[in-house]
Design a protein around this ligand. Structure first.
Ligand code: HEM
Length: 338
């Protein structure tokens, strides 16, 4: 048996049993990113991204959620290198058709449009990976979330990994015990994980991703009251147990679906998490540390905002030193340069 797996498993048990270890395990690798990387070469890049994100979120608030998720899915596969943006070609198998991404990941058109504007202003200077990272920060601000400074200087990969997209990304029906190592592997702590998942305060989920939850333990985690009963019935009508509806969608935070706030954590306290993986953070018997964090962020919105900002910077700093050497600034985010 693979020893690294055994080691990870042993370590995870320690983390779960003695939650206090969770925060000091690993750190995201130190990348060469700085706040003023484009100060002389493309000083307007932050303004361009901000302006385009304003238009796109104004036209559809869901774009904010889609861009934040796109950034997360980029960073978890060979670092934040724009690999998620690559289309399939004869010589390259991209990540877009991986199980968690296909028919679900959105926002590619928004990034294309921003890239076009940035290219016309400063051709060949700003990477797609940086554009996506800045856009994710602006997305959060535009729906009421916290501000943070975005270190830049990422490069775009010349490769993608369909395989890693299938293995590294967490799925909604995975247990906490299996999701935590996926964050630790990226150098992100349990605290980072619980804060980052707070991004589910915005955006939508498809029936196929929450059917097993609502016909599973939703009824038993629910703290019943007339509103929550109503919402439970609503979810069942959106997502029938059988007979289709896989692509029907619901907000993960039905209280304030387009506002970046801490109400997602209140839903977890009420047992109303739409995704199984979300509710586990509060209800799992293994969630000793995660449960306390959920309570903390529900009680203290500022603590959530501070931690979310810090954890987004940490996630955005996941780099892949190998691909950094061969990487480039793509002209078109969908294709490597020829
Ligand atoms: C525990 C790990 C996570 C799991 C299992 C998970 C799973 C999911 C699933 C299944 C959806 C719905 C997709 C669909 O039905 O089309 C979703 C949506 C979303 N996720 Fe996560 N996620 C996780 C962590 C994160 C993190 C760390 C972030 C960002 C920092 C994030 C941001 C989002 C956003 C914003 C949406 C809404 C996207 C939209 O409306 O287009 N998620 N996630």
């Amino acid at each position: 048996m693979d020893c690294s797996f055994l080691l990870k498993f042993f370590f995870l048990h320690i983390v779960l049993l003695f939650g206090f270890l969770g925060d000091n395990i690993m750190y995201a690798s130190e990348p060469q990113l700085t706040l003023d990387y484009y100060a002389s070469t493309c000083p307007t890049v932050f303004d361009i991204v901000r302006k385009e994100m304003e238009c796109s979120v104004l036209s559809d608030p869901r774009n904010a959620a889609s861009i934040v998720r796109l950034h997360f899915h980029d960073c978890f596969i060979q670092g934040c290198d724009g690999s998620i943006l690559l289309d399939d070609t004869i010589t390259l198998k991209g990540e877009k058709k991986a199980a968690t991404n296909i028919h679900s990941l959105k926002g590619f058109g928004v990034i294309d449009q921003i890239k076009n504007f940035v290219e016309s202003e400063c051709p060949g200077i700003v990477s797609c990976a940086d554009i996506l990272t800045i856009a994710a920060r602006d997305a959060v601000i535009l729906v009421g979330g916290p501000y943070w400074d975005v270190p830049v200087g990422r490069k775009d990969s010349v490769t993608a990994s369909f395989e890693l997209a299938n293995t590294n990304l967490p799925t909604p029906d995975e247990s906490l015990v299996s999701i935590i190592p996926k964050f630790l592997y990226q150098g992100l702590s349990v605290t980072d994980m619980v804060a980052l998942v707070g991004a589910h305060t915005i955006g939508m989920a498809k029936c196929e991703n929450f059917r097993s939850r609502i016909y599973g333990d939703y009824g038993s985690t629910l703290v019943k009251n007339p509103i929550s009963d109503n919402q439970f019935n609503n979810l069942k009508s959106i997502c029938p147990a059988t007979g289709g509806g896989d692509n029907n969608i619901t907000a993960m935070d039905y209280v304030t679906p387009n506002l970046f706030d801490n109400s997602f954590y209140h839903l977890l306290l009420n047992g109303e998490g739409v995704l199984n993986s979300d509710q586990e953070m509060y209800s799992s018997v293994f969630g000793i540390e995660t449960r306390e964090l959920v309570k903390k962020y529900a009680a203290d919105p500022l603590a959530f905002f501070h931690q979310f900002s810090d954890s987004m910077v940490k996630m955005g700093n996941i780099t892949n030193s190998e691909s950094f050497v061969t990487a480039e600034v793509r002209k078109n985010c969908r294709f490597v340069n020829t």
